[in-house]
Design a protein around this ligand. Structure first.
Ligand SMILES: [Zn+2]
Ligand SMILES: [Zn+2]
Length: 295
């Protein structure tokens, strides 16, 4: 039974006293069995939490009682249990770690609704769709024909923008998981002189909820204990990656259990068991193996 709910939200807004909010918010979460992580900053809030449906409703009410967050848009996913082990509320300089200086958040790419992106695909509009996430995310799922730049972290985005120079005059659409990274990613494109920039409103999460089995291919990397979600139901559209060992379609990611290696790779269910969650025989024979607690 799906008695739980996983919530994802963010908002860029001037928020003068993040420290005070932190303590009150953490206490509220502990009192109401809400788990997850929330980043609060003078530039806004970024959270993903889980709880019973009833507690998550209380959580949403508590959050929108702050006038800064009164128009918050929540993305919600049903779940059978908590998606986190603990609750963290952290005060940060930025609600998403970009580290590329000040960008004008009033001047971002225009917001494109999921139905508008669907229409662009269906009418074969001339546009370039760009994945603003990290390589390990786009490796297991992306929009049809997306440009997926090589990025280790979001801090690589300014370098990527230089590489995207050839699309300056084109219609470009950026997307990320829930939309938060695209606010900054698209603002930087606008700042660097890209003429026709859009950002997918609500990100992959909103699009795939409305239009599964259309133009999203593969799985979605999420930043909670689920790690991977598969929005598509058609077998051929569930995976774009292949098992590191046998080459079968797969999406499940984990780090090699040799802690000296820690390599992130994809395997199918049977190969991960057969190879004891390790990327090689050498790693499998290591004396510094992680204890297995899930997966
Ligand atoms: Zn396999
Ligand atoms: Zn390894």
């Amino acid at each position: 039974m799906n008695n739980y709910s996983v919530l994802l939200y963010y908002k860029y807004v001037d928020f003068p006293e993040p420290e005070k909010f932190r303590n009150d918010h953490l206490q509220f979460c502990l009192d109401n069995d809400i788990k997850g992580r929330v980043y609060i900053s003078s530039e806004g809030i970024n959270g993903t939490v889980s709880g019973t449906i009833e507690n998550v409703e209380k959580y949403k009410s508590a959050l929108i009682s702050y006038h800064e967050f009164s128009d918050m848009i929540f993305k919600e996913d049903p779940a059978g249990e908590h998606a986190f082990f603990k609750m963290h509320v952290r005060v940060k300089d930025e609600i998403v770690h970009a580290d590329f200086g000040k960008v004008d958040l009033e001047n971002t790419g225009r917001r494109l609704k999921p139905e508008e992106l669907l229409k662009m695909y269906e009418e074969e509009d001339d546009f370039v769709i760009i994945d603003a996430r990290n390589g390990y995310e786009s490796d297991i799922g992306r929009f049809k024909n997306a440009v997926a730049p090589e990025m280790e972290t979001f801090r690589d985005w300014p370098r990527v923008v230089q590489e995207l120079e050839t699309y300056k005059e084109k219609k470009v659409v950026t997307y990320c998981t829930g939309g938060i990274r695209c606010e900054k990613a698209s603002a930087l494109l606008v700042e660097k002189g890209f003429k026709n920039v859009y950002q997918l409103d609500g990100g992959i999460v909103s699009y795939t909820k409305k239009f599964p089995d259309t133009f999203w291919e593969g799985s979605v990397f999420v930043f909670d204990e689920r790690r991977i979600v598969s929005p598509n139901t058609i077998a051929g559209m569930k995976h774009i990656a292949k098992c590191y060992y046998c080459g079968e379609a797969a999406s499940w990611y984990f780090n090699c259990h040799n802690q000296n290696c820690d390599k992130l790779f994809v395997t199918c269910d049977s190969c991960k068991v057969e190879h004891e969650y390790c990327c090689s025989d050498e790693c499998r024979n290591s004396t510094n193996k992680r204890k297995r607690f899930h997966g």
